[in-house]
Write a protein that binds this ligand. Structure first.
Ligand code: ADP
Ligand code: DP6
Length: 335
């Protein structure tokens, strides 16, 4: 079976130029309607569409350059990584998708995350989007490949990376083709300047099970998973409509319900899987109590213990009072 992303890279690389240093940035993104479950593991093709909000200047800065000593190098946050660490190996495997078509140029990948790595704050999304942009730039392909095509290619690194090529709200259509040609993201063309996100840090250390492993374990063993793909597709459509209407009162409950349903599929997995800790639940209970007292903020959680809140600007002071540890993000301020 052919792979649309690999074909795209193959065609683009016929017009590649001599590699030169190229630096790129991609924002991390938080799914408001989650991607959870794949119909094809090799291509990271999802069972349902998803929709995210990008995190402005929280993301990954990556530079790809030709190596000057004939060896590959990968650095993260200024520290050289052994090439057999999973992080370096995965990044280089991704770079190899491009190098099979060029004189196999040894490369330097220097990357820096402004978000914690592997803590459920979507470093894999910003990481592979920034890496895709930087590799394409290094080989002179930024004019050849569109953003949508880069989004499709980044999917091979990590599914959620498809959504990290734009600021604001982004939808990843699941697509139906086996080669993945129709599975990439596009931005929703709208500005919602009052929209806010807050990160409530619970544990910013690396999680014990990657999203990839957690997702696969849930799909294979959870009796509750069967109901997820249809519900998630319906949630994604309803969430998109609420965003387009800028109807926060409809959006907030849908976003929170979608995240809790995803976590319910994990809790029913055998053995059970939970990324949420007692502290995560304490924060959720505090949020629910505050909502009874009138706070208009809603939560979403990914494969990690941290809680993210969504709300509108007018609730920001109350959010900061109730959650003084909140790290506020204004996703529509131009970074
Ligand atoms: P997260 O919740 O942060 O996305 P995951 O376990 O899903 O956590 O993904 C973390 C993985 O993403 C890392 O182990 C690494 O393979 C990849 N990753 C993270 N940051 C980068 C980066 N800047 N460049 C390349 N790959 C990255
Ligand atoms: C819970 O994109 O990290 O954050 O495609 O296997 O790399 P792979 O998984 P990844 O999973 C993200 C899962 C999630 C939900 C989401 O971002 O939509």
């Amino acid at each position: 079976m052919s792979d649309a992303a690999k074909q795209l890279i193959g065609t683009a690389m016929t017009s590649a130029s001599v590699p030169k240093p190229f630096a790129a940035y991609a924002p991390s993104n938080i799914a408001l309607s989650k991607y959870w479950g794949k119909r094809d593991h090799a291509r990271n093709l999802p069972l349902n569409s998803s929709l995210s909000i990008s995190l402005a200047d929280w993301g990954s800065h990556t530079q790809v350059s030709p190596s000057d000593d004939g060896q590959d190098h990968v650095t993260l946050g200024g520290k050289e990584l052994a090439l057999d660490t999973p992080f370096a190996a995965k990044a280089l495997r991704f770079a190899d998708l491009f190098r099979t078509h060029a004189a196999s140029a040894p490369l330097r990948i220097d990357t820096n995350n402004t978000i914690p790595t592997a803590a459920g704050l979507a470093s894999s999304a910003s990481g592979f989007a920034a890496l895709t942009r930087a590799i394409c730039g290094c080989f002179g392909l930024t004019e050849t490949l569109s953003e949508a095509q880069m989004s499709l290619i980044a999917r091979l690194g990590s599914g959620s990376a498809t959504r990290s090529f734009w600021h604001g709200f982004v939808r990843w259509d699941k697509g139906t083709r086996e080669d993945g040609a129709d599975s990439f993201a596009h931005p929703l063309d709208l500005n919602w300047p009052e929209f806010r996100i807050a990160i409530l840090p619970v544990d910013v250390g690396p999680k014990s099970q990657s999203s990839r492993d957690g997702m696969n374990h849930t799909v294979v063993t959870s009796p509750l998973f069967n109901s997820w793909p249809d519900q998630a597709e319906a949630d994604c459509a309803a969430i998109e409509s609420a965003i387009k209407e800028q109807d926060f009162e409809t959006l907030g409950p849908l976003v929170e319900a979608n995240a809790l349903a995803m976590h319910a599929t994990m809790q029913a997995a055998r053995p059970a899987l939970t990324y949420l800790t007692s502290e995560s639940w304490t924060l959720l209970e505090r949020l629910w109590r505050a909502r009874q007292d009138g706070l208009r903020a809603f939560a979403t959680m990914d494969a990690g213990a941290n809680i993210k809140l969504i709300f509108l600007k007018q609730a920001a002071t109350d959010v900061m009072e109730i959650f003084p540890q909140a790290q506020m993000i204004d996703p529509f301020s131009k970074p």
